[in-house]
Write a protein that binds this ligand. Sequence first.
Ligand SMILES: [Zn+2]
Length: 160
Amino acid sequence: MPHPTPHGQAVSQPQPPTSVAAVSAKRRRTMQAVQSRDTKPELRVRRLLHAMGYRYQLHRRDLPGTPDIVFTRRKKVIFVHGCFWHGHDCKRGNRQPVRNAEYWKAKIARNVERHWEQTAELRELGWSVLTLWECELPEFDRSTRELVDFLGPASYLSGR
Ligand SMILES: [Zn+2]
């Protein structure tokens, strides 16, 4: 499975940018396209949770950080993080982009910082937070155990 990298900024028509603002707008659009909500790792976790009998809400915008998966009655949220975008200390997370290295480094540092802030805010509001990493998801048994440990049994409080 190819991992999205910032190298693939292919745009159909190579138009020279007219200004710095145009360049950064284009970059932002690329980021948004790549960093879309329903990423594959997230879908994988959702499928697993569903198969395990859990029911949940998605992307609640009224909560700090718009958590990916929300268990309202349990007051628990799960973030599924792509290793590159969130600066995970792993092989994939440590991959260095060749182009615009400084830009990406700053961007990722902001993502990491923001996630810490959002996690702290959520906890202050009484939510429990679990962050899952893309690189750890293939370890199916471990992921399953981790989810049950975090959420409690699926039947409890009828799902959510
Ligand atoms: Zn990782």
